[in-house]
Design a protein around this ligand. Structure first.
Ligand SMILES: Nc1ncnc2c1ncn2[C@@H]1O[C@H](COP(=O)(O)OP(=O)(O)OP(=O)(O)O)[C@@H](O)[C@H]1O
Length: 263
């Protein structure tokens, strides 16, 4: 029996590598936009492109002309529509490279146990503040930004530039405080600013009890490399938003683990 003839494929090692790298990029981009509104937009664009290819094959001239118009400006449209995702993608690549370097040096100099101890010391005041705000049903939105875009965050907020402290966090979010509305932004191990107004997510599949605070936390995690911790004023529940996805009803052990990983 004759076998299949694959000689027409004429694959070189570099072609295989090429395919693996493209698959890796597609997987990475999919992971980045999974669960966000960007995935729907991307699907829309893929459908338009597939329709264009079909009408072109079928030689339907009017439709080809019409859809061709979209496709020819496709690259620019992609940049405009996915401006925030591209920005997040580039930030992640850049930040990951430098963070990995720092972590490696830190472990080399002080050993990995020291890293964990150091992280716990940083995170403890935040966890303690969340515990106390949960108890007193004080709503809070705390954003941990790996890259601190000063202009963006401070536009609407008040500059704080302070060491992270439980009492400071509690006082900011206290209902009578003039700074309690909006988000506190933590970056580079400091409370950078408070009362920051963030972009709201447009995700329409969120639980109905999610109001503006949750939407703002999820929104910032969609458009940047930041993660957000949300303490609900209504229920005291702790939620955690990362890359546009949200984990609800966290215990403090879970919150500590997540912050240890991401912050
Ligand atoms: N764009 C925004 N950026 C940051 N914070 C915001 C924004 N919009 C609203 N907030 C904050 O959310 C608060 C209103 O929260 P809302 O009750 O709508 O949220 P929620 O998600 O239902 O949370 P909760 O469970 O705490 O009620 C405002 O007082 C303000 O502090």
């Amino acid at each position: 029996m004759e076998g299949f003839d694959f000689s027409f494929l004429n694959l070189r090692f570099l072609d295989v590598l090429d395919i693996i790298l493209v698959a890796f990029i597609i997987y990475y981009v999919y992971n980045l936009i999974r669960g966000t509104i960007a995935l729907n937009i991307l699907l829309g664009l893929v459908i338009i492109y597939a329709a264009y290819m079909m009408v072109k094959q079928a030689e339907m001239r009017l439709l080809t002309e019409l859809l061709g118009g979209f496709v020819s400006v496709g690259f620019i449209a992609l940049i405009v529509v996915f401006q925030q995702e591209i920005r997040r993608f580039l930030l992640l690549i850049g930040r990951n490279a430098s963070l990995q370097k720092n972590k490696a040096w830190w472990s080399f100099l002080f050993g990995s146990k020291e890293v964990i101890k150091n992280n716990s010391a940083r995170i403890k005041p935040i966890i303690d503040a969340c515990k106390s705000m949960q108890k007193s049903r004080t709503g809070a939105l705390i954003v941990f930004a790996k890259y601190y875009d000063e202009q963006f965050y401070q536009n609407s907020g008040e500059i704080i530039e302070s060491k992270i402290s439980k009492r400071l966090l509690e006082s900011i979010f206290q209902k009578n405080s003039p700074l309690h509305d909006g988000a506190v932004i933590i970056s580079e191990n400091r409370i950078k600013c408070a009362s920051s107004i963030l972009p709201l997510t447009e995700n329409d599949k969120l639980p109905p009890q999610f109001g503006l605070r949750h939407r703002a936390g999820i929104g910032i995690s969609e458009m940047s490399d930041a993660v957000a911790v949300i303490v609900s004023e209504e229920t005291g529940e702790i939620s955690y938003a990362k890359q546009g996805r949200v984990r609800m009803n966290l215990t403090f052990t879970e919150l500590e683990k997540l912050l240890n990983k991401d912050f």
